[in-house]
Structure formats: C-alpha cells, structure tokens
Design a protein around this ligand. Structure first.
Ligand code: UDP
Length: 334
C-alpha cells in the first residue's frame, strides 16, 4: 500500500488544477484546494476536496492550512496564463506568477512542507533553436509570462539547495481536452487557445476560427504544436508527487508533452472529423511571437517517472473537449 498524501493544490478551481484534484482523488490522495476564484470556478472543484477561498500570498492563511490539514506537498497551479496580457501588463505577471510563488515557497519552507510540484511551461524556452526541445536546451523566454515562470523555477532550484525541500517543475506544452468523465474542463471565459476556440466554433458559440499564419516552415504552412490531454498531464503530477517523496534528495525539471505535434490545419481537420461538419476557417497573418513548431522531447519524464500517457490521440482529445464544451453550455445556462 503506497503512502497517501495530503496535498495543497493552489489554483485547484482552474482548468489544470481541477483535473489534478480529480487525479489525486482517483489515486487515493487527499487534495486541499486554495483558490481566490478570480479566474477559477467553485463548481470546478470536486466535492470530496477541502476548499479554502483565498490568495496564495496570504501567508497567514497558507500557514494555517498547512498545519490544520497536515500538508505533505504542494501542487502549485495558481497564476496568470494569458501570454499577450503578460506583454501589456508585465507587473501583473511578475506579481501573480513570481512574487506570489515566492510567498508560497516561503510558507512551504516555514511550515515544513518538503515537496512542491510546479506548473511551468514550454514558454520558458522562447523560440527554440530546434524541435523537439530537450530540458537542457537554452531557456530564453520571449514574453513576461515565460520569464515569470522561469524565475520561479530558479527560486525553487535555489531553495531546494538550501533547505530540506525538493521540487518538480513540469514544463507543459499545449494542454487540451477535458476529463474523460466530463467532471471538469476548460471553462475560461474569452480563451485564446486553438482547440478551445475550435470547439466553441463547432458548437456555434463563434462564427469562425482564425488561422494565424500559413507561411510557417511546416508541412502545410501552419504552426505545429504538441497537444497533450489534460488528464495525462494531471497524472504526471501525481507520479511526480510520489517520486519526490521517494527520493527527497532529488529535484526534477521535465517537459510534459507527447513528443509529436499537429498543425493548426490538422487540429481543425480533427474537429471537422469528430463533428462531421466543416468549421469556417479564416486565413490571417501570423500572431506575434509564435514559433513554427514547438514539440517536446519527453524522454526524461518517461525514463525518470515511467509516465505512460493514456490519451495520446488527437480525435479523442477533441471528443473530450467537445463533450465538456456542451456540458459547460448547460452549466452556464442553468
Ligand atoms: N492559433 C490559430 N488560431 C487561433 C489560436 C491559435 O491559428 O485562434 C494557432 C497559433 O498561432 C499556434 C497554435 O494555434 O500556432 C496554438 O496556439 P495556442 O494559442 O492554442 O497555444 P500556444 O502554442 O500559443 O501556447
């Protein structure tokens, strides 16, 4: 019988955090959520999880939760995630993603929490020299979002060297899909991510889908990304938790993706296939700062953690995203 952990999940009412809560429950652990509900939803948190409404920078509250709930580890998802917004308002990102992470890490060290799993991003690489990207390739973010996350990775590295503490930074590629049992999904209002926009359009919530750039150095000229099902990502967090506890001397920085990609056209083709319909596609110019292709090298996470993705199938990702989008319509209209 493996040890069961009490895990503080920051941002547990958000897209990825709410899936991590389910993955923890499914694995028999005990999630405790803290979320300020600025972008997350109370209904997205599984009923079995304990919930505290508040901000991770409220160290008094975080300390109280750590001792009251006997917290063993923290999964840290809370933060801001809109890249263009980070360019317009960098200080918001350095506050929400960097300064508040510093405060949370301080609370962890003070409260004797020894493990942290951190939501990092492929945006830490910027525009990589080549793809697939390996973890030891240069990290040169091209926007404040990527920098704000990279700074937190650096804090974690230094804190792990100085204290009785280890961490796993997971660098996410393009997270998509929804819980296969339709318990939660991507619910953000005004989302900018391709698949979310495509399923909204498929359900008539948008008139068309814009294709940003058709002259990239890719097979069909549109941008290629490594789309990973959110439930596979959530399960990677649970494995990371168990690995951190099993070897407290070791920390990890690992890519989280499938190691292969799809173009914008291929994603839209998959939506057409699944819905048996045709999305209205509008060809537009490139979006600033978009690389041609961004694909993970996932050798390390597979080797270190024995991570085995279960939903590496684009049509299935689309099916789950669509099912959730329908469900969301019901939630929003009742
Ligand atoms: N994209 C697009 N139309 C959209 C949104 C995105 O063509 O409405 C493209 C974007 O240029 C990129 C890919 O889809 O090549 C994935 O973009 P997304 O914003 O989903 O994630 P990112 O890779 O920027 O994190």
């Amino acid at each position: 019988m493996t040890k069961k952990f009490n895990v503080l999940v920051t941002g547990g009412a958000g897209f990825i955090g709410s899936h991590a809560v389910l993955a923890l429950l499914d694995a028999g652990h005990r999630p405790v959520v803290i979320d300020n509900l600025v972008t997350g939803f109370r209904w997205a948190i599984a009923d079995e999880a304990t919930f505290y409404e508040g901000d991770i920078s409220n160290s008094e509250l975080v300390q109280k939760i750590i001792s009251e709930q006997n917290i063993d580890a923290i999964m840290h998802f809370a933060g801001s995630v809109v890249v263009p917004e980070s360019v317009e308002n960098p200080l918001k990102y350095y506050n929400n993603n960097t300064a508040k992470s510093r405060s949370l890490i301080q609370s962890a060290v003070t409260g004797g929490v020894r493990h942290m799993i951190f939501s990092s991003t492929a945006a830490t690489y910027g525009i990589p020299e080549s793809s697939p990207v390996r973890e030891d390739m240069p990290t040169v973010p091209i926007n404040p979002y990527g920098t704000s996350k990279l700074m937190t990775e650096m804090m974690l590295r230094d804190v792990a060297a100085a204290h009785d503490f280890n961490y796993c930074a997971l660098r996410y590629f393009n997270v998509a899909g929804a819980d296969p049992h339709c318990r939660t999904g991507q619910s953000t209002v005004g989302a900018t991510h391709l698949l979310k926009i495509a399923v909204e359009a498929a359900l008539g919530k948008r008139a068309s889908v814009s294709i940003f750039g058709t002259d990239y150095a890719t097979e069909d000229g549109t941008g290629v990304r490594d789309y990973i099902h959110v439930s596979d990502l959530a399960s990677a967090h649970v494995i990371a938790l168990e690995a951190l506890a099993a070897d407290p001397e070791r920390s990890h920085t690992l890519n989280c993706g499938y190691g292969h990609g799809y173009s914008v056209m291929q994603v839209l083709d998959a939506v057409d296939r699944v819905t048996n319909n045709k999305l209205d596609r509008k060809m537009e110019g490139r979006r600033a700062g978009d690389p041609d292709a961004l694909i993970s090298d996932n050798t390390a996470i597979k080797q270190h953690f024995g991570w085995k993705p279960q939903y590496d199938d684009l049509d299935q990702i689309v099916q789950h995203a669509l099912a959730w989008e329908r469900r969301l319509t019901d939630i929003q209209t009742t």
